[in-house]
Structure formats: structure tokens, C-alpha cells
Write a protein that binds this ligand. Structure first.
Ligand SMILES: C=CC1=C(C)c2cc3[nH]c(cc4nc(cc5[nH]c(cc1n2)c(C)c5CCC(=O)O)C(CCC(=O)O)=C4C)c(C)c3C=C
Ligand SMILES: [Fe+2]
Ligand SMILES: [Fe+2]
Length: 347
């Protein structure tokens, strides 16, 4: 009797003719974080991060000796000290908050989509996560980097990692990417609503500063749309909150190295504002989907100290959207829009 459900080969190979039910997955990708707030754990994380040519585009022969000879000897200890200030009972905030967001999104999206989380650097690695999804029968994959603004250094690098993961698979899944969501009306509304909610609970400061992660200015000259997208997010948020440019300012944080980065710099801005008589400064970081080292340490601790030392009264950090209801509803709606047209999702 011929078996119509299987293809049978001459050497005894037998594979099913009918495909298993197609599964769709949403893969969230965030930057990644060390496994512990120690120099020993931070070193391999920084080595992977700072070896990425999307992040540092200096030719390898020139960068390698600097990275291994200087940067990885000095920076891990400094970074570990910063991480130790924000590490909590659940570990790295970036990691556990990203996990909480993935879990909340899974609950919001239901059983039609499987939600997974990977990290660009460190674990869970993109390649391993994608390979596991494929083994589990996922044939359609929507990738959502947790960066509202596109930069080649962040989103572009996630695209590289997913492309590398695809290359390693014999039968890669169908693929879609969210490039950015910097001006998505639902995202702007989510940001505005969470800032207003925070003001209702804590009162309003004299000014609102929006601090975005910086990148070298040269990258923007080479075509990176990041700076324009940050300014567009700020413009829309201002319009929604009814603030002008004097009441709601933009700055860029985290400069590393000697090159000019996007300006004005956040540390110089908070010092300037304190010097100009601003007493209570509210700071939000709309470039970070979840709180992490850059918000909890660099803004809420380091820049707070700069502001107070320069004569300000208090710098208050307004938390990221994290796994709050505004973010979960918005990212679920964004995902559903990008899933449209795939079987099981309205066209
Ligand atoms: C040196 C170049 C760097 C570029 C360019 C850069 C761009 C960039 N980064 C983020 C988001 C995050 N960065 C974080 C930490 C971090 N960033 C850099 C360097 C660059 N980032 C370093 C060396 C570090 C590690 C900490 C340190 O030593 O200062 C984090 C926090 C991670 C955490 O564990 O909490 C995030 C998030 C974006 C969005 C971006 C470009 C737009
Ligand atoms: Fe960074
Ligand atoms: Fe930083």
C-alpha cells in the first residue's frame, strides 16, 4: 500500500507530506546586559558589544589593539561599579523588565502569536532563540527591536544578528521587521499618558528634558536617520503635552570616546539649566523602552548629582514605559498591524 502521507526515499528516508501547523512568533530584541555587576562579567559583554562594527566602525586592525589593550582593561571595572548601583533583587533591570514586557505582551496577544525575547549581546542570544523557535515549528517571524528610533548602531545591528541567524538555518522562516516606531501615534500617546500620570502623582517640575542615547555625529552625516527621529518624537510629544521648546528640551547622553556625538549633551544641559535657575527638572528618556543602566544610573543618579551640584533643587526621572499598560497595549497593536496579511491575521 503506498503511503500518501509520506515521501519515502530509496535509502529509507521518510518525511511527512503535510506540513505541521504554521506558527507565528513575535521576537522582541533588546540590547543585552552583563550576567552580574562585576568587572569579570561585564568584560565579555563589553567585548562583544564594542566589537560590533555597527557600534564602532573604526577599521578592525586599528580598533582591536585599542579595545583589547586599553578599553577592556579599564572600562569593565568602571561599568561594573555603575551596574552595581542599579542591580536589584531580580538582577539587571534591563533583563527582568524586558522579560516582564515579553510576558505581558504574550498575555495581551493571546495564543495566535508566540512571544519570545532575545538580546543582541549576551544571552539569550538571537541566533539560539531563532533556532529554537524554528525547532518549535515557527514559520513566520516578526522582529521588533525594542528601540523606538532607528539607528544603524542599535536596530541595524539587530537586523545583522537576525540575518546571521537566518544564514545558519536550512529553512528560514518568513521574516518581517519593525524598523522603528518613533512617530507612531499610539506610541506618542503612550508616552504622553505615562508622563501625565507621573505628573498627577508627583507634581510638575519647572521644565521637562527628553534625554536620548547619543551616537557619533559622523554616523548621522553618513545617513543614519536617528537624530531626525529623536527630534520628531520630541516634536510630537511636545505637541501632545502642549509644551513649547523652552519648556520641553532635547539632549543626548552617554558619549564615549573623543569624537563629537549628537548634541547638546545631557550632562552639560542639566548643569546649564541649574545655572539658569531651573529648580525642579523632570527628565524622561523616550528612546528606551524599558529602564536600564542608562536611565536608572546615568540619569536618575549621575545627572541628578550634576544638577544638584550646579545649584538645582531636584532632578526627577520619569520611568520608561516598561511593562505598563500603555506600552503593552501599544506594542500589541503595533505587532498586530505588522502581522496583517499573514494567515490568521486580518488583511
Ligand atoms: C561606544 C558606542 C556606543 C554607541 C554608538 C551606543 C548606541 C546606543 N546604545 C543604546 C542603548 C543602550 N546602551 C547601553 C549601554 C552602553 N552603551 C555603550 C556604548 C554605545 N552605545 C556602552 C559601552 C554601554 C555599557 C555601559 C557602559 O559601559 O557605559 C544600554 C544599557 C544596557 C544595560 O545593561 O542596562 C542601552 C539600553 C542605543 C539605543 C543606542 C543608539 C541609538
Ligand atoms: Fe549604548
Ligand atoms: Fe551610558
Amino acid at each position: 500500500m503506498p503511503d500518501h502521507d509520506h515521501y519515502t526515499g530509496p535509502a529509507g528516508l521518510s518525511v511527512p507530506v503535510a506540513a505541521a501547523p504554521v506558527q507565528t512568533a513575535l521576537l522582541l530584541v533588546n540590547l543585552g546586559t552583563p550576567t552580574a555587576p562585576t568587572a569579570r562579567a561585564v568584560r565579555p559583554y563589553l567585548a562583544e558589544f564594542l566589537s560590533d562594527p555597527r557600534v564602532i566602525d573604526t577599521p578592525r586592525w586599528k580598533w582591536w589593539p585599542i579595545l583589547h589593550g586599553v578599553v577592556l582593561r579599564v572600562r569593565p571595572r568602571r561599568s561594573a561599579h555603575a551596574y552595581a548601583r542599579i542591580w536589584d533583587a531580580q538582577g539587571s533591570p534591563l533583563r527582568w523588565r524586558s522579560e516582564a514586557l515579553a510576558k505581558a505582551l504574550q498575555a495581551e496577544l493571546g495564543t495566535d502569536v508566540r512571544v519570545a525575547l532575545a538580546m543582541r549581546y549576551g544571552e539569550p542570544a538571537v541566533a539560539r532563540t531563532v533556532a529554537q523557535l524554528q525547532r518549535d515549528g515557527v514559520r513566520r517571524l516578526l522582529v521588533l527591536p525594542l528601540y523606538p528610533q532607528y539607528s544603524a548602531t542599535s536596530t541595524g545591528s539587530v537586523i545583522d544578528a537576525v540575518a546571521d541567524a537566518m544564514r545558519a538555518l536550512r529553512w528560514p522562516p518568513e521574516l518581517r521587521f519593525v524598523n522603528d516606531y518613533h512617530d507612531d501615534p499610539g506610541h506618542i500617546e503612550a508616552l504622553a499618558a505615562s508622563i501625565e500620570r507621573w505628573w498627577a502623582a508627583h507634581g510638575r517640575g519647572d521644565k521637562l528634558l527628553l534625554s536620548f542615547h547619543g551616537i557619533p555625529e559622523r554616523y548621522v552625516q553618513l545617513g543614519d536617520p536617528y537624530a531626525g527621529q529623536c527630534q520628531a518624537t520630541a516634536r510630537r510629544l511636545r505637541a501632545r503635552l502642549g509644551l513649547d521648546e523652552a519648556q520641553c528640551l532635547v539632549s543626548f547622553q552617554s558619549r564615549v570616546g573623543r569624537e563629537m556625538w549628537l548634541s547638546p549633551y545631557t550632562d552639560a544641559t542639566v548643569r546649564r539649566l541649574a545655572g539658569e535657575g531651573v529648580r525642579r527638572l523632570d527628565v524622561a528618556c523616550p528612546g528606551f523602552a524599558v529602564d536600564c543602566l542608562e536611565t536608572l544610573e546615568e540619569i536618575a543618579l549621575q545627572n541628578r548629582d550634576f544638577f544638584v551640584a550646579a545649584g538645582g533643587e531636584s532632578l526627577r526621572y520619569i520611568p520608561a514605559l516598561n511593562d505598563g499598560v500603555e506600552q503593552v497595549r501599544n506594542l500589541a497593536a503595533l505587532a498586530r498591524r505588522h502581522l496583517r496579511g499573514w494567515p490568521g491575521f486580518d488583511a
